[in-house]
Design a protein around this ligand. Structure first.
Ligand code: VG1
Ligand code: CO
Length: 542
């Protein structure tokens, strides 16, 4: 087998965003596109003699891209690649395999919650040897490399059979095809009280798990139905499909509407959950009780000690800046560390590695812990199940008791999608320019106490990340955050995050949109959203 060195040239815009490089699938399938980016990865992290993990969420082009990446890894001198059978690995399972096998990192093929298919989205992200997403310094170096690349290396070889577990050789490189589920499921058994959860199912507890035709299907069936004894059929949409069955694999009330309808209908199951394309996100919902992701993080932090893996308590809790402060209140009550990071899981890595944080979460339906270095959808579902099995209360009661104790951070995110990028940029620029003069101003009856553009200094390595989102804080503790998405592939997406605190005991069970109404109006006034974008009504409300 020969290694070919193929002449190429830089392709504009190969810049990783919040979570790797994401583009329309035809763009990724274009001449040299995938190859240039993969070579840039290997040029930055080095491949010679190294071992990597490879897998993806099964979306269209996943199988072809895997073969290209394997041939390039071999051509670049990698010693071994561990691949999920069928080129399938959920993001948290890939993170676990990287750590379990002490490899030098991994390549995950996914555009996460973005739809998949020939005309939808594809993505590639690199995770480091700690199992976590490459930090900004590394992704910046990869981007830099894509702007100067002149050649890539490719082994001339047949496809590797990824359909069955076993060892293959590709040039001088070993390819180990492994079961995507078993090591991950074994890890979950070490963290949670499986007998207690199984007893709960045996006692008639009913659940619906919607994998949205994405990667968590096989994991959910094995863990929930096979190992925990949930009724057959508990898991729906459990076969990963290249186009996710035409679904938008984003677990939120808009896209997981069927699950929401069931959970709010007559004869609702006790517990419902959904996960995203690559299995790192989760939505949890009780019978007639939606759990906002920010509240989910707070409830998990307050109750994690009920699960064996966290019985010793938590070192600290970290949340992304736009996530509500509900988790901070729990951290204060527990007397443990609390951290506020920019959006994106890569910012939690150092806190987890340093043992400062045990649980992490984002408002975008992401929760996780130090068991891997990614957010983990099924992990969150299992921790909820463990808590439900111990407390023997409904989700609604657990939420109500949580708010009664800590007060409630009403929270919502409004997304305005596919805005013309120049208009979104102009709006953000004007808003940023207005920040110094905002303190003291009264809008919609709310007095602004401070406004800034969030900057983060990593407490472990001192690296600084600027311009991570505009924050407008009000005297009554309300808050508005605005930032542009770094994961979209179609124009710009404006994310507007809204928060308002109610201490209780009155007013803890209002409708969030109604409770937030003055904050929403203030955001539109301050940012001039309609004037810049022509939009008043968000495309997605979570
Ligand atoms: C979004 C979310 C962010 C999340 C990221 C990746 O980013 O807001 O919280 O970490 O997606 O999630 P953005 O830049 O579009 O707001 V996923 O499930 O890739 O892995
Ligand atoms: Co995801």
């Amino acid at each position: 087998m020969t290694v070919h060195t193929i002449q190429t040239q830089p392709i504009a815009g190969q810049k990783p965003g919040t979570s790797g490089l994401r583009k329309k699938t035809p763009v990724f399938m274009g001449r040299h596109y995938l190859e240039n980016f993969v070579q840039a990865i290997f040029d930055v992290v080095g491949a010679e003699g190294k071992t990597f993990v490879l897998g993806g969420d099964g979306r269209y082009f996943n199988d072809r891209a895997a073969q290209v990446i394997l041939r390039m890894a071999a051509a670049n001198g990698a010693a071994r690649v561990i691949v999920g059978q069928g080129a399938i690995l959920s993001t948290p399972a890939a993170s676990h395999l990287i750590r379990l096998n002490k490899t030098d990192g991994g390549i995950i093929m996914s555009a996460s919650h973005n739809p998949g298919g020939p005309h939808e989205d594809f993505g590639v992200k690199f995770n480091m040897s700690n199992g976590g997403p490459a930090p900004e310094g590394v992704t910046e170096a990869m981007f830099q490399r894509t702007t100067e690349i002149t050649e890539y290396k490719m082994l001339d070889a047949h496809d590797v059979d990824l359909g069955a577990v076993g060892r293959h050789h590709l040039g001088g490189m070993i390819v180990d095809v492994v079961d995507p589920v078993s090591d991950y499921a074994a890890l979950m058994e070490t963290l949670f009280d499986f007998p207690a959860i199984a007893a709960m199912f045996k006692g008639g507890f009913r659940m619906r798990m919607d994998s949205m035709c994405a990667v968590t299907g096989p994991y959910a069936v094995e863990i929930l139905e096979n190992r925990l004894g949930a009724a057959t059929g508990t898991c729906v949409n459990a076969t990963p499909l290249p186009d996710f069955g035409g679904m938008h694999p984003d677990p939120n009330p808009t896209w997981a509407k069927a699950l929401m309808d069931e959970m709010f209908g007559a004869d609702a199951p006790d517990f419902g959950a959904a996960s995203d394309g690559d299995g790192d996100r989760n939505m949890v919902v009780g019978a007639g009780a939606y759990v906002s992701p920010s509240d989910s993080l707070a409830v998990l932090a307050a109750n994690a000690h009920l699960a064996p893996g966290y019985a010793r308590g938590l070192a600290g809790v970290a949340r992304s800046m736009p996530t509500s402060a509900a988790a901070d209140r729990v951290a204060d009550a527990l007397g443990i560390g609390k951290y506020e990071t920019p959006t994106g899981w890569k910012f939690f890595g150092n806190l987890l590695d340093a043992g400062r944080a045990t649980l992490c979460g984002e408002e975008s339906f992401g929760t996780g812990s130090d068991h891997v270095r990614e957010k983990d959808g099924l992990w969150a579902v299992l921790l909820w199940l463990n808590i439900l099995a111990v407390r023997k209360q409904s989700v609604a009661t657990i939420l109500a008791e949580h708010w009664a104790k800590f007060g409630r951070n009403y929270y919502s995110r409004h997304d305005f999608e596919a805005i013309a990028s120049d208009k979104a940029d102009a709006m953000m620029a004007a808003l940023r320019a207005s920040l110094p003069a905002l303190a003291g101003r009264v809008v919609e009856g709310l007095t602004i106490s401070a406004a800034d553009d969030f900057a983060y200094t990593d407490p472990v390595d001192g690296s600084v990340s600027q311009k991570q989102g505009v924050r407008i804080l009000f005297e009554d503790g309300s808050r508005i955050v605005l930032r542009l998405s770094g994961t979209g592939t179609d124009g710009a997406t404006l994310r507007l995050y809204l928060e308002r605190y109610a201490a209780g005991p009155e007013g803890l069970d209002r409708d969030p949109q109604e409770a937030l109404a003055p904050v929403i109006r203030a955001a539109h006034v301050l940012a001039g959203i309609e004037g810049y974008t022509g939009r008043v009504t968000p495309d997605v409300i979570t």
